[in-house]
Design a protein around this ligand. Sequence first.
Ligand code: MGD
Ligand code: MGD
Ligand code: SF4
Ligand code: MO
Length: 699
Amino acid sequence: MGTLCSVATTCPFCGVGCGMALRTEGTRVVGIEPLPRHRISCGQLCAKGYAAAQGIDPRDRVLRPLLRQGGDFCETSWDDALERVSEALRDAVAELGPAAAGVISCARATNEDNYAAQKFARAVLQTNNVDHCARICHSPSVAGLRQTLGSGAMTNSIDDIERADLIVICGCDPTENHSVLGGRVMAAKLRGARLLVIDPRKTRLARMADLHLQLAPGTNIALLNGLLHIIFARGWQNREFLEARVDGVEAVAEKVRDYDPARVEAITGVPATDLERAARMYTEAEAALLCYGMGITQHTTGTNNVMAVSNLVLAAGQIGRPGTGINPLRGQNNVQGACDMGALPNVYPGYQPVADAAVRAKFASAWGREVASAPGLTSLGMQKAARDSAFRAMIIMGEDPVVTDPDQNQVEAALRALDTLVVFELTLTETAKLADVVLPVASFAEKDGTFTNCERRVQRVRAAVPPPGEARPDWWILGKLARRVAGYEGMAYDGAEAIFDELTSLTPSYSAMSYPRIEQRGGLQWPCDAEHPDGTPYLHAGRFPIGRARMVPLEHQGPAERPDSEYPLWLTTQRLHYHYGCGSMTRKSPLLERETPPGLLFIHPDDAATHGLVQGGGVRVCSRRGVVETRALISDQVPPGLVSMPYHFKEAPSNQLTNDAQDPLTKMPELKACAVRIEALPAEVAPRTRAELAQEAAR
Ligand SMILES: Nc1nc2c(c(=O)[nH]1)N[C@H]1C(S)=C(S)[C@@H](COP(=O)(O)OP(=O)(O)OC[C@H]3O[C@@H](n4cnc5c(=O)[nH]c(N)nc54)[C@H](O)[C@@H]3O)O[C@H]1N2
Ligand SMILES: Nc1nc2c(c(=O)[nH]1)N[C@H]1C(S)=C(S)[C@@H](COP(=O)(O)OP(=O)(O)OC[C@H]3O[C@@H](n4cnc5c(=O)[nH]c(N)nc54)[C@H](O)[C@@H]3O)O[C@H]1N2
Ligand code: SF4
Ligand SMILES: [Mo]
């Protein structure tokens, strides 16, 4: 028996960033313990955190580089695999230019890995084709809040939940998805804070709330304009704040005149009296903390939805103080960091624009390589270009788009159309199964680095055990490829800290950070620079990064696809507490796996009765794009006319059905609203999995 050790690190699942200790025995992680003195989690973890060791168990991992041979994979050496990948990348670029290759980075990996991914795309492939899952997550927050406030991150800190007398939860479900943060919201409510929830579903917090505005899916702008209508009509706006710090107030006041409570009730289904109560609660609060999530961003109007939330926050002046703010709850453990590191097609690290020639010159000189000036393609843009034969080689560093991107059949068609698909993964996901080369990567427990949580806090990740088999950190692989593809030695790092030191020198908001300082301070929140050496717990205290904030007049538009006679129900998609993303890690835990069936459809009792569905009965769900069979979960969590599916289950993938119609500015697809029809399966027929349905279709 090896000696038991304990290594402090950060949870690899959601953006709360709980602290955990990995208990190791020899070269294995044998258990997870909470850290009682951790800055955020204070000794708590949710069920996923406790199951993290099972998610990375070596028995289920890719251990050696794999090469496709016909329908199978065979193991090969690193030397051979790296040579194949570099050859494919060189060929794609030689044939069609740098725009024919690209990298999908990973919001689950470290800042050091993400910095390396965008540097590889920009300095080695010389393209801005680099993107990651923020595209289909909070890209509208990055774009919308940059326009209105100058920064797209959470303005306040998780601790501010305790400083608010009103908490507004709009289009997010934190007890399930940011569980330790959600627990603090419940505690705040129990000690007397008021709670306002805006969500089409009756979430756990909606049931506890002082007021729940149960709006129809995709009617956010109408609802928020309706609240502003009341606020301006009653003179409840924060005049002093608006005069001192905000532009564009008049145009918005003018626009929202059209959104009287009766009209807004007709569009959203929310009673006019509740709108009035909500407007009063929000403007009367001493300190109102607003959190929002995917219910706001995952729409074809995502960026406008975000700006509509921002209008409300500014009108009430609920920003720039402790206990207030506009807080997009960033989802993945390191999605804030992946954005900060510039794993996006239009910005370098620290949101320095690709369009700015001085910025390009700064990076070209720091890296000693020419860089591309054209903005790159987004993740779905690269897929589209692949289907159009204009894009040839893709590296996917730890995402599972076959399960997690909208319109699964189109995603598969794009990945099959590539000359070469390279996937860096822990396990053989549905996406990895389509790859030409799979490269084994080290998990969070097997590498050093940092994650940036949702409140902009950069925290340490520490290697507790060696990677299993021949797995290596993502940055190591990219460094080796850089040498082979372009003879570039500028990525031959000897460890994660060297990368961190390089990235802080080029990312102004990280400039006063270092591993020792992060260690000393229990994490550092950006901006952390000469002016704020100890970091910044809340943003926009005296001024906005753009000087004065902007309010923007917006018109309600509604989802791209709506129910009709053929597809009469709304479908929305959601998460479940016990599973994470594509499920590739959480579904390896028998403890988590026993908590849910492998796929389900939430449906209201009235709709279930109309369709002859019984509790747990099989149901077929069809949209214009695909078919799924699963089991019904009859519940008043959803209102009549709306059904909801989680997206974690490859057996019953909701992304067979979803619509990839996109927000014009950010290319965010409409994952939260499309039209479906359902039919009950006969009692003796079990739902078929996606693989079974596909086999039958192929016959
Ligand atoms: N257990 C678990 N936790 C996770 C994840 C996971 O997969 N599993 N994923 C992580 C990631 S990547 C993310 S981004 C976060 C996401 O966390 P959340 O933002 O909480 O994500 P969702 O559950 O997808 O959607 C939130 C809510 O939006 C509501 N909604 C749908 N349409 C509308 C609308 O038009 N208006 C409004 N106001 N609300 C609407 C839904 O009913 C749902 O309750 O969670 C993170 N945490
Ligand atoms: N219908 C519907 N679809 C959705 C959503 C929705 O609400 N509804 N939400 C969307 C959102 S918000 C998001 S963020 C996406 C998430 O979509 P994905 O990013 O595809 O989801 P994850 O499950 O987080 O997949 C990450 C993969 O990274 C691997 N991984 C973990 N750590 C590392 C590492 O260090 N290096 C590497 N190379 N790999 C690693 C894991 O094994 C896992 O397979 O899904 C989106 N899809
Ligand atoms: S709340 Fe998020 S960070 Fe905390 S343990 Fe759960 S999954 Fe991990
Ligand atoms: Mo996300």
